[in-house]
Design a protein around this ligand. Structure first.
Ligand code: ZN
Length: 152
């Protein structure tokens, strides 16, 4: 089976063609930038954090199908979650795409990325948005690059 048929499932394609929450957010929210040099994916993530709760999350940027679908699904998965819950979801998502756990771990739509484990080069495409989210939640100024993070 080739990489395209394995990875580009219907949901991923849908989010690639019609990314959700792709818009700039007004000043005052948290913002972080991420870059995946392996693929050229770029994302700017905006997070409206209110008393530790994610009220809104949106993004700008461009990248491959996997990175675009990943950030689109991230924005849908996190509204109303606490920062701590978001970090837990990322930890579970990370375990899923790196093959540490099987699908069926309560990640909902995010489980469409379980096929990424077969393609180590694509793991960073799927995790870029999440590493960038962590930077936004931690108010880190330095842009995130996936070269500097562990994705094993
Ligand atoms: Zn990519």
């Amino acid at each position: 089976m080739n990489e395209l048929s394995e990875l580009y499932q219907e949901l991923i394609l849908d989010h690639t063609r019609n990314p959700r929450n792709r818009r700039k957010m007004a000043a005052g929210c948290r913002k972080a930038e991420g870059y995946n040099p392996l693929c050229g994916d770029r994302v700017t993530l905006y997070v409206d954090l209110d008393n530790g709760i994610i009220r809104d999350v949106s993004f700008e940027g461009s990248g491959c199908a996997i990175s675009t679908a990943s950030v689109s699904l991230l924005t849908g998965a996190l509204k109303g979650k606490s920062a701590a819950e978001a970090k837990k979801i990322f930890a579970d998502f990370h375990d899923l795409v790196t093959g540490k756990v099987e699908a069926g771990c309560d990640l909902g739509k995010l489980e469409v990325f379980s096929g990424v484990r077969e393609f180590p080069m694509r793991v960073k495409c799927a995790t870029l948005a999440w590493h960038t989210l962590n930077a936004a939640l931690e108010n880190r100024e330095t842009p995130v690059t996936t070269e500097g993070v562990e994705d094993k």
